[in-house]
Design a protein around this ligand. Sequence first.
Ligand SMILES: Nc1ncnc2c1ncn2[C@@H]1O[C@H](COP(=O)(O)OP(=O)(O)OP(=O)(O)O)[C@@H](O)[C@H]1O
Length: 816
Amino acid sequence: MSDTPDHPFTSPDSKGSLVTSTTETVSPSNQSAIANLRQQAIQRLRNNLRPGQQSMADWQGGSLAVSAVPGAGKSTGMAVAAAIAIARYQLNTRKQLIIVTFTRSAAANIKAKIRQSLRELSLPQTGFAVHTLHGLALNIASRYPDLSALNLDTATIISPNQNHRLIRSCVEQWIAVNSRRYNALLEGNQFDGEETERLRRQSVLRTEVLPSLANIVIREAKSSGLTPQDLWLMSEQTPDDYGILAIAAGLYEQYENSRRSRDFIDYDDMILAALRVLENDSARKIWQDQVFAVFEDEAQDSSPLQTKLLEILATDSGSAKQFEITNTNNLNLVRVGDPNQAINSTFTPADPIYFRSFCSECSQIGRLATMDQAGRSSRIIIDAANFVLNWVNRSYGGEQIGSELSNPKSELPFSPQNIRPVNLDDPQQDANPAPTGRGLEIYKPRDVYDTVKLIGKRVIELFAQNPEGNAAVLVRENRQGSFIAEQLHFLQREHGIEVYDVAQSNLYSHVPAEILAVLQFLDRPHSPDYLKAALEVFVQRQLIPTQDLNALASLPEQFLYPGPLDPPQTPAVRQAGRYCRSLLRARLELPHYQLISFLALTLNYDQSELATADKLAERIAKQTAGNGSLSANLTVLSEIVNSEKFEPVEAEDSEGRYLRKGQLTIITMHKAKGLDWDYVFIPFLHEDTLPGSPWVPTAAQFLGEFTLAEVARAQIRAYLHGKYLQPQDLPELPVATEAWQQAARLKSAEEYRLLYVAMTRAKRLLWMAAEDKGPFRWNTFNHNQGDNLQEKKPCPVIPALKSRFPNSVVALSEVL
Ligand SMILES: Nc1ncnc2c1ncn2[C@@H]1O[C@H](COP(=O)(O)OP(=O)(O)OP(=O)(O)O)[C@@H](O)[C@H]1O
């Protein structure tokens, strides 16, 4: 990076009164002494950074793209760079650096690091604000309700899934006014007119195919800034028998109308509302004058619309007469990310292509920095991760390292960037630690039961050797996690090793679902089903002893209010009965609006669960305004539980819970991103999930060998990619069969990136397994009912890894 200032912001006083009042009152000689001391402190902070991190610390205005490998110290580098920028430009409450990260816990983390660095520079804790993207958007939108058209006092924030009433009703409305298109769908590939088949197809279209199309397309289009009108125009370019994009446009239009009429807003509306505010010249100027620069972490996960918001804020108000951004040069924007860790692209419109394209633009003006050294893992783990990256790219027909890092047009799953170990004088303690065992261990267990045995045994050995260490099993889906947790229950009992199943203890829906179960019981205590569901919650939360709940629930009256002639109850039953009766009394004594908070307390919720319950109570109160009866509450709550992803209020330190020493954490690969453990286990590496292959549900095969939702998604992606990469040409959209293949490629590329993220979580031992036999599908697998296992093919990376790292292959005879 050049040291020469080349941006209007580079002179500290070029943007007005940046000099703080403290410096104004000291004498000139003292001022220069202070400046010297500060300069030395800045130098000290900078010297503690790696070369790649230093390029961030040396930022002096303009755009900067930083492409970093896993474990390179992105957040550490960004926090120090932020503190240095605050010092260098004497930022304050009126002129701030905005730092944007992906999650609340990452925001808390980076805030703490910036504060620490500011202390080291003897500076006050001002001059910056850390936000999540949605938090930032909401902040802007809610300060200007007239401009944003967003009134949070009346609007309800929703995050619908395909079962949501809003999606269902937009499907019904669409069908009512589009009989021609609907009939074409009913006809499908071929149809003999038979009545039962017609009814079956109707049901599949109404309850599965169209809701799924609506849900996917609305998110994909809306988060990319496309309107229903844009989809209509695109549909004219892609003639197919069904007019898939035209159906999508119609559904999206219905959705927007219904949403507005009910005063619902979704997460994209927050970003759109902020953008509406910034379209206004004077509001935009106020924000741009206040924002000195924007630093963004995890930039590979942003959607085009989110990026647009950041770009506008990062523009100098003097140079931005326009709302549209056309030139990366005018921005004060640092974006740090790793395109190889883009793992949200199949369920959000984030796509590594956008960050790659930013890297490419920056590269052309000499403003692309790379952070390719990482101290997290042992050498062999780094070698294995690099090997996988190159092997996968080669199997996609790509060039390996050496080809251009930032080529945005590349369709390869990975950018060709190898991880390098850090230098010997690196400031990180115990950087690139010595491996434990073989560092990389690859197993071929007979089946998934062998796997859990092997993991259990290895964990006992590892913690006996190093009680200070921590470990995690990374799984692809929650069902795999609960299977492992169940099988490894004995570790706690017999060896004092805590097994922490993140999905079980942190399932986003557990608070709404538990409150619903208990409220349903309070509403109808004599229903055996409701009683049993509530008792299950009480047992789960250890409020009543474990016992045969069926026996209690089958005769609710006798259990709750035993008469003198009924058989005597055991102490456990009596305790459960007392507990239930106390809740029933509370229901009579408390007003409905207090019931949820009361239940949250009685269920012994922790802080973040209590906050989630409060958020839930508030949401229900808003939606039932004017009718606070218990049944109205129940209607709203059931809808939330059944058809939404109700976001919990996560404690800011939630990640610390996953990393405790002496604990085995079971967590999904997605959630593990950004974290690391000494020992990482990745079981169940089978070809059918990794990379997996797209499939059409049998019920929907009458429409053809593709799903409408994936075809529409791939077509929208192709349009957006074209718009970003060749804005001068009208992008050509793929026809349905081609779009289906593109969707498959997108999916398998993402699965490989997910594996790469998982592998790079390990510090000292990376343990991988591909079993000979596993369940047909995990989500329907019930080993308690003796479900059979079937032969499985390993993920194709596994045989390649084995031949490249033969010493890492562990024979079962050595360990079982
Ligand atoms: N300059 C440094 N001096 C000392 N330790 C460092 C430095 N940079 C990073 N580290 C340490 O390296 C580890 C990884 O850093 P960090 O979590 O910031 O990496 P990351 O790039 O965000 O990783 P990932 O992309 O895998 O999420 C942390 O433990 C951090 O404290």
